[in-house]
Design a protein around this ligand. Structure first.
Ligand code: NDP
Length: 262
């Protein structure tokens, strides 16, 4: 088991990539706390699924909004009281918002910055002292290909994820000599509710995504979760400050058209 007895916190663990990562961490022997704002019915189904697999004993759910400082402080304390100092943090919670700048009113801007960016800062702020006390840690931030390059009509989201990309580098530098590594995962399109919604609302969009990706594949949440297992585990101890694309190679592309039949 690659994460045996490691204490982990995963934010936004109630669906999509977060849920897949809770499952993979549990399979790898970690003690996992995960959170979300709402506790949907599917969490009890998920806990039952873990129980059936015999890996539920060390998994706990906590309701927490990562943009609320008091709730985050309580979440960090819960992790420490339940399993001890947090060693692996996956700052995954996030929302998506479409729109160019003029289609992003101030309250929408503040909402996305509050969750996608300030949430990462806040959870890190309250968890890092535990890692310093424990003498080892691995933080994985959820960025995106939209944090490496920009997309059309995603002004606030691009900005929040771009900031996470550089926050990851800054944290990686500042805490490397304390034995704490900080990396980010930068997925392209992943088959979660967000993507499925787009595919349903915009006819032909799934095919368009497939055509654009060099691999012509849409990632499954577990493929991102597997990268998080690697970045969380001691086997990646030499990797720090990396923003890892999980994108089938789309960020390799300059955007220029393929001309001719080479
Ligand atoms: P989901 O909507 O399936 O999952 C988002 C999770 O975050 C849910 O558990 C949600 O639960 C939780 N969440 C949202 N806001 C908060 C909050 N304020 N506090 C605590 N939890 C919160 O989306 P994905 O799995 O697709 O996305 C997960 C992350 O991956 C996001 O940061 C997203 O930007 C990023 N990403 C996704 C890509 C994709 O194609 N799907 C591509 C690249 C990056 P609840 O709403 O109940 O709080």
């Amino acid at each position: 088991m690659r994460l045996k007895d490691k204490v982990a916190l995963i934010t936004g663990g109630s669906s999509g990539i977060g849920l897949a990562t809770v499952r993979r961490f549990a399979e790898e022997g970690a003690k996992v706390v995960f959170c979300s704002r709402r506790a949907p019915e599917k969490i009890s189904d998920f806990m039952q699924e873990l129980k059936d697999a015999g890996i539920d004993a060390n998994v706990r759910y906590v309701q927490c909004d990562v943009s609320d400082e008091a709730q985050v402080k309580a979440l960090a304390q819960y992790v420490k009281d339940t399993f001890g100092n947090c060693e692996i943090l996956f700052n995954n919670a996030g929302i998506h918002l479409a729109g160019k700048l003029l289609e992003t009113p101030p309250e929408a801007w503040d909402r996305i910055m509050g969750i996608d960016l300030r949430g990462v800062y806040l959870v890190s702020y309250y968890i890092l002292p535990q890692m310093l006390e424990g003498g080892w840690g691995s933080i994985i931030n959820m960025s995106s290909v939209s944090g490496i390059c920009a997309d059309y009509a995603m002004c606030a989201y691009n900005t929040a994820k771009g900031a996470i990309t550089n926050l990851t580098r800054a944290m990686a530098l500042d805490y490397a000599d304390s034995n704490i590594r900080v990396n980010a995962v930068c997925p392209g399109v992943v088959r979660t509710a967000i993507a499925e919604h787009t595919f349903e609302c915009v006819p032909g969009s799934e095919e368009l995504f497939r055509q654009n990706y060099p691999t012509h594949l849409i990632a499954d949440p577990v493929e991102v979760a597997n990268a998080c297992v690697f970045l969380g585990a001691r086997e990646s101890d030499a990797i720090n400050g990396v923003n890892l694309p999980i994108d089938g190679g789309i960020t390799c592309h300059t955007g220029q058209p393929q001309v001719g039949t080479y």
